[in-house]
Design a protein. Structure first.
Length: 269
């Protein structure tokens, strides 16, 4: 099994779930993906849960902030871009029209983190690792394989990420945009149309790789989840489905018709 030891700058390295019901979420994702939960105390109280496969970190989980829970906000997934100079990225985000929800801060001895929005209001995080590199397993069954920006303002979003992270972009014949960091294709962007209701905000959507989308969708329903988009072809790439967990967290499962890129650090000849 290929374990990631270090992420290049500008590449998504971590996703975590903020949920009003951590125990319910742990049970759902354990049943769906086989993830094990390791609770770790945090210095300002509470716990942060590492979700793991075979003892390797694949994602995180934390209890939603009380004020959001009181407002009835559903669970949500967050995506984090790795960078070794988080202070410089914070300055670039503001200069490019973004905002800082949480300025760079230390997270115990694990690293430094910021949370903000891009120029269109889409939230995301940046992670500067020390003790915690991010996901140790990616691009494998039951792990993160893709991050996708869903936005109604693609031109503004593209300009923001080019300015902040130096991403380059390319569009296919259907208008789907892929982002590359230092030549590594690592994220996508889709323009939201009438298929997205006005209540759906701009977001970074997460994709988990599976071997059988139909079987996973059926299992998600058995575990109390909801299928928002049934198994659907994704062009020539494969098949995907959109799933909502019992606490409202939305994510994608996807199988591929061919091999996927190796994890970072394993794509060198």
């Amino acid at each position: 099994m290929q374990t990631v030891e270090r992420y290049p700058d500008g590449v998504f390295c971590w996703v975590d779930l903020s949920t009003p019901d951590p125990e319910g979420a742990k049970a759902f994702y354990a049943g769906l993906f086989g993830w094990e939960a390791e609770d770790r105390p945090i210095d300002f109280g509470g716990v942060y849960t590492m979700l793991q496969l075979g003892g390797k970190n694949v994602a995180g989980l934390g209890e939603m902030q009380p004020e959001l829970k009181a407002q009835g906000v559903p669970a949500f997934w967050s995506s984090y871009v790795k960078h070794d100079d988080i202070e410089a990225i914070a300055a670039k985000m503001v200069a490019a029209g973004g905002t800082l929800t949480f300025a760079p801060m230390d997270v115990m001895d694990s690293g430094r983190m910021l949370v903000g929005t891009d120029a269109t209001g889409t939230p995301f995080g940046v992670w500067q690792p020390t003790g915690h590199i991010g996901a140790q397993l990616v691009n494998l069954p039951n792990t993160l394989v893709w991050n996708e920006l869903q936005t109604r303002q693609p031109d503004a979003a593209k300009a923001f990420y080019e300015a902040v992270f130096g991403w380059t972009s390319a569009a296919d014949e259907n208008g789907y945009v892929t982002f590359a960091a230092n030549g590594r294709m690592q994220a996508g962007m889709i323009t939201m149309d009438e298929n997205w209701g006005p209540e759906v905000p701009h977001n970074w959507s997460v994709y988990f790789m599976v071997e059988d989308v139909a079987a996973k969708a059926a299992l998600a329903e058995q575990l109390g989840g909801t299928i928002l988009v049934p198994p659907t072809p994704a062009g020539q790439m494969g098949i995907f489905a959109v799933v909502q967990d019992p606490q409202g967290g939305v994510f994608n499962v996807m199988s591929f018709n061919g091999p996927v890129d190796p994890p970072p650090g394993y794509d060198r000849a």
